[in-house]
Write a new protein. Structure first.
Lengths: 231, 231
DNA sequence: ATCTTGAAAATGTGATCACAATTTTGTGAT
DNA sequence: ATCACAAAATTGTGATCACATTTTCAAGAT
């Protein structure tokens, strides 16, 4: 709603091989994922453009793409915002993840070879390190990479864009979860998933993925937290 | 691949209350849904712009949005195309629908009131009429509307955009199915769905929706058809 | 204080232009 | 005929500009 609360977005590394539009897109996407843009805060093309030192044009295109992906919402009255969240919507998003991700994992399992399995183990070790270091941002980023690495094993895979859309919509509201990571005793669902892949046990993998998603969003069941989260 | 095959897209009704970008988007979306753009046919911004009598700008934005929705694909080499289809990908898309849509129907069922139920019956009658008239385009359009009307009953619903993305990706390859509609004896899955809603029987509704999806894509199991379809 | 109102500032939209990169085409050699 | 290659045409990108619409906000009325 308000416009005057200043926002700070960390500008992504600018790679010359990439178009400006792509760079703007990456930067804004990351800002949404990191929760740097308060939900409801009105964004204007020109504000973002000057903030990032580019012309309004690439910002326009990036905003449209992010809106199509559900990361942003174009309000009727010519305003672009990170959509507000409600408890019901949060649940629906989590349940949509559970409808899609175990299915994606099942379809990917036969394609996971030794190389990819090793890659998964490596990512999981990275998560452990990040948890030990208390680096919440790295944890969520690596966690996503863990899931992505499973799903993309399937060469005919079509669900990842849908799944990433759900991640984008949830991410701004996962900060609280990540910040209070240590409060929760986390059963290592990734270990369960890796074991299931080794055994080629589809049901076990689906269950591990579902449990991992539920654990990651468990704080939503603590009402006082969710309330604080939704402002 | 080729560029010279001429394409004809039916221009949507231009409503003055709507931006040009939106109109271009609607027109192109419809063209994709109706299979008017051959997969692999290279599209250029300027070509479409002059085809539709607008400047390149709104076309650019519409193309980006459609790409984000999976309807189009931006090739690395600066070409935009309707993505090519493979048998495997087709199956994955259908299975993704089955992962999402019964779930969406389940979550919507408690919200379907008498008004909406009447609306559903009305749409179903329209489908019968269109089938009798042999109007394949109307059948697919009304069929989508039937599903949409169920899912949108849920006010907290978040999956419709994902589902519509899957429809967009499948649609260009459903023409064959629609054209040979009469070859298949169709059990009326919509009647089953309506009965399930009346009885508030979740499992029956989920099964009816899944069966409806499978029936609609059944031709994919006739290999010679799918082959013809995929060129 | 609160609401109304109107002028000024800001905004999204869409057209046009310049430019570098890519694709296409035409020419000549084999 | 087929291929190689350079010239020409075409393309996406991004900046700038004009304009109608909307938002903002201060001055005046209640």
């Amino acid at each position: 709603m308000d416009k005057h609360s200043p926002i700070t977005i960390t500008l992504a590394q600018r790679d010359d091989a990439v178009t400006i539009t792509q760079w703007v897109y990456n930067t804004l996407r990351q800002a949404v994922l990191l929760g740097q843009i308060p939900p409801g805060r009105a964004l204007t093309i020109r504000e973002l453009a000057s903030l990032m030192g580019v012309s309004p044009m690439p910002v326009r295109e990036a905003l449209r793409q992010l809106s199509a992906e559900g990361a942003l919402e174009i309000l009727g009255n010519r305003r672009v915002v990170v959509p507000e969240m409600t408890a019901m919507k949060f649940n629906e998003l989590v349940e949509a993840r559970i409808a899609l991700e175990p299915h994606a994992a099942l379809k990917a399992m036969p394609y996971i070879d030794a190389t990819r399995l090793a890659e998964l183990r490596n990512i999981d070790r990275g998560i452990d390190r990040a948890e030990a270091a208390g680096d919440a941002e790295a944890v969520t980023s690596l966690n996503q990479q863990f899931h992505r690495t499973i799903y993309t094993a399937n060469p005919h895979q079509v669900t990842l864009p849908l799944i990433e859309s759900l991640w984008l919509q949830l991410a701004p509201f996962m900060r609280v979860s990540a910040e209070s990571l240590e409060e929760y005793y986390q059963i290592d669902r990734h270990q369960e998933a890796l074991a299931a892949i080794e055994k080629q046990d589809p049901m076990a993998l689906a269950l591990a993925i579902e449990a991992d998603i539920r654990d990651g969003c468990a704080f939503a069941k603590a009402p006082e937290k969710l309330k604080r989260l939704l402002g």
